[in-house]
Design a protein around this ligand. Structure first.
Ligand code: PMP
Length: 366
């Protein structure tokens, strides 16, 4: 008999999620471009709604009905097909838990979002990592890793931390190549940052297929990461399963109120998308000019850029150097990317300062 509770073997194999930091050495407060938050903040209407969200002594609506109706209206989805989560992280975990268990396999691409590994292991399933194609997703490589044990496939589109993106035809090809008993989770945490012409068809697939769950979040373009609101949509049978196992009051009172106001403020969403697209293009252009120093920004459709440092100046040096300039970014050795630095797109001034600091480090003028 053990003299202490014994964690399950598969739980022991989990490494805790490493969040983007906001402080540097000695707890120094830094400008945070490490967690893909919205530099424009959030909708003013959402902030106002937060202040009058209701009395905290009272439980929130367990079904987030008003919020689901508003999301449904914006996206043309029947609210009955929407399930809410405490952030989309909760939904990713619930999807794995509902459809995979010990002995099963959960598949995703190398350099996929780190929560997929945790979600798989939490339920005792085996995480299987497909090879990437120059840091992007290769549908054929992913399909080649499917076995009879595969139960869930995760794909973030755009992907974090690489920023890579699969066009609609490729998403459809991935879906068509999967058995109908494999759940395809299309994680759209950054989907609102896409140019409308780049719509990957995920929501359409979720509306028609029996084995697709799309997840979205209020943490990124809506600027409500602190409120922890996510949502998912798919076949009613999938929504039903996730509703059975989610937390009963999993979106807080202020989460429901701010989310409701935020989803209605389409002007804020559009302004955020445009700001991001313009600043990302400007930033990437400046980084590309440093190509002769081995600086390689990967093409990104999200609100961050993964920069590979393949020359004399290393990602670690730039990470530390940017801290001296007051910025915390995301260096990714723990995700198998010691050469990679992920930088969230911030304000115009922030991106100018960072690009200039990187240039100075590369050209040795610092
Ligand atoms: N999916 C991806 C790809 C992400 O990058 C994130 C945030 N880091 C999430 C899901 C989860 O975000 P949240 O739980 O805040 O909705």
């Amino acid at each position: 008999m053990a003299n202490a509770p014994t964690p399950k073997d598969w739980i022991l194999g989990i490494h805790a999620y490493v969040p983007g930091k906001s402080t540097g050495k000695d707890g120094q407060k830094l400008t945070k471009l490490s967690a893909n938050e919205n530099p424009l903040g959030c909708s003013v209407a959402a902030l106002e709604a937060r202040g009058v969200a209701g009395h905290p002594a009272v439980y929130p609506d367990p079904d987030s009905q008003e919020l689901r109706a508003a999301i449904g209206e914006v996206h043309g989805i029947d609210a009955a097909r929407i399930v809410m989560g405490t952030g989309s992280d909760e939904l990713l975990n619930l999807a794995a838990q509902a459809y995979a268990g010990p002995g099963d396999e959960v598949l995703y691409v190398r350099y996929g979002f780190s929560v997929y590994d945790i979600a798989a292991r939490r339920c005792g399933a085996v995480p299987v990592v497909a090879p990437d194609a120059d840091y992007g997703t290769d549908v054929d490589a992913l399909l080649a890793c499917v076995t009879e044990k595969t139960r869930v496939v995760f794909l973030a589109n755009p992907n974090n931390p690489t920023g890579s993106w699969l066009p609609r035809e490729e998403v459809l090809r991935l879906h068509a190549g999967l058995r109908p008993d494999v759940l395809l989770v299309l994680d759209g945490a950054y989907a609102e940052y896409l140019d409308p012409a780049d719509d990957d068809g995920a929501l359409e697939l979720a509306a028609t297929a029996q084995n697709v769950l799309v997840t979205r979040t209020f943490s990124k373009i809506y600027g409500l990461a602190g409120e922890r609101i996510g949502w998912g949509t798919g076949h009613p049978a999938i929504v039903d399963m996730l509703n059975r196992i989610r937390g009963p009051f999993n979106v807080s009172l202020s989460g429901q109120a701010t989310g409701l106001a935020a989803v209605k403020d389409r002007a804020f969403v559009e302004a955020s998308r445009r700001h991001n697209a313009a600043e990302r293009a400007r930033f990437v252009g400046k980084l590309e000019a440093l190509g002769n120093h081995g600086v390689r920004p990967l093409p990104s459709k999200a609100n961050f850029v993964l920069i590979l440092f393949e020359g004399k100046v290393t990602a670690e040096q730039v990470y530390l150097g940017l801290m001296d300039h007051g910025y915390i970014t995301r260096w990714l050795p723990g995700q198998g990317l010691p050469q990679g630095l992920r930088i969230t797109i911030g304000t115009t001034q922030q991106m100018d300062e960072i690009a200039e600091a990187i240039r100075a480090m590369c050209e040795g003028t610092k």
